[in-house]
Design a protein around this ligand. Structure first.
Ligand code: BGC
Length: 360
């Protein structure tokens, strides 16, 4: 009996050692697996940091120094470099642009200068206008940004969006609608002004309405229009990357010209923060339209953190107004819009329109 005990202990020790060895092996395998995966992700991010203009030339998005790389398929046909797109028999661009790269890193801690953004986007014309050279864009898109004293945000917007929009092969123009004076801000009225002013420039068939502080985190979130009005900013970091509520239509949205006109545009009478986007949603719903959205993954976006603007306090009348959209929408909208244009500046990366839109 006394001699059996050490052999039992030895067996136990042996098994324990084996178990430890197996566990170590598992641990090392898992570590190696995640390490290799993180290398992949870092590599993808590094690639996304490169901006491609529509010719496919890859260059640094911010530094302005462009690394020469061979042009991709789009220009392989040997077209003359500076031949204008108009007048050539261009094929239609594909439904899905081959230039898209997917998820993007968005970081607001980097310094951005307009000069560098301009250098990194040499194909963007005066007023923030662009159209692909390699194919005929499927839509002509006016991007309208309501604005007041957010120059730092606008720099980030231009820095991130111009490369994305070019990769999306859109024929687009950027319109920054600047509310003059110190009166209460009116986002929806500025958007209406953007519609009128953009249409004076070009026969746009699609409108994208974007807040200046929202940046998409994936270039597959296409800034164009669909058969139903589109809500693009569907998973914002500020809301924990989810929709705050099903009817939410704020941030970034798009509408075909006829969809916009069929709801008499947007309300002109929401002064201050909140409610105007819910009113727009109600208008669309009352006309039997539904909202199209990208997936939560593709629709991820970041908001630049900021203090609440002066003269943009929450509008206490918003709840009452939203409750009456159906009665007010035919009277209050694009048909009844009035404002005074104070200036129009055709700047290198955008068109800035300063307006007096009155007061509440
Ligand atoms: C407001 C909207 C706003 C949303 C999310 C709602 O209560 O009426 O205008 O976009 O909250 O912040």
């Amino acid at each position: 009996m006394a001699s059996a005990e050490p052999s039992v202990n030895f067996n136990l020790l042996h098994r324990t050692c084996k178990l430890v060895v197996v566990l170590c092996f598992l641990h090392i395998s898992v570590t190696v697996f995640f390490y290799v995966r993180s290398l992949d992700i870092r590599f993808a991010f590094a690639q996304n940091q490169q901006s491609r203009d529509a010719t496919g030339t890859v260059g640094s998005t911010i530094g302005g120094t462009r690394a020469a790389e061979p042009p991709p398929e789009a220009e392989a046909g040997g077209e003359a470099e500076d031949e204008p797109a108009a007048g050539r028999n261009l094929k239609k661009c594909p439904q899905t642009s081959p230039l898209l790269v997917g998820p993007l890193r968005v970081d607001f801690n980097i310094p951005v200068s307009l000069d560098a953004v301009e250098k990194a986007n040499p194909r963007v014309g005066p007023g923030g206008r662009y159209k692909p050279k390699e194919c005929q864009a499927l839509q002509k898109v006016a991007i309208v940004i309501p604005f007041r004293e957010r120059d730092q945000h606008l720099k980030f917007w231009l820095f991130y969006l111009h490369p994305i929009l070019q990769r999306q092969q859109l024929d687009y123009g950027v319109y920054v609608i600047n509310q003059d004076g110190e009166e209460t801000f009116n986002r929806a009225k500025l958007l209406n002004v953007g519609y009128v002013e953009a249409m004076k420039d070009y026969d746009y068939d699609c409108l994208v309405f974007s807040d200046v502080d929202l940046i998409p985190m994936d270039d597959r979130n296409i800034y164009k229009c669909f058969s139903q009005p589109r809500h693009l900013s569907v998973s914002m970091d500020k809301f924990g990357f989810r929709l705050p509520y099903k009817q939410y239509f704020g941030g970034v949205s798009s509408m075909m010209k006829d969809q916009y006109l069929s709801i008499n545009g947007f309300p002109n009478d929401y002064w201050g923060w909140g409610g105007e986007d819910d009113d727009i949603y109600n208008r669309l719903a009352s006309k039997g339209m539904s909202i199209s959205r990208p997936s939560g993954e593709v629709g991820k976006c970041r908001m630049i953190r900021h203090e609440r603007d002066k003269q943009n306090e929450p509008n206490p009348q918003r709840f009452d107004r939203i409750a009456h959209t159906r009665e007010t929408m035919s009277k209050d909208g694009i048909k009844s819009l009035s404002y005074k244009r104070l200036s129009k500046e055709t700047l290198p990366l955008y068109t800035k329109i300063t307006v007096d839109i009155g007061k509440p």
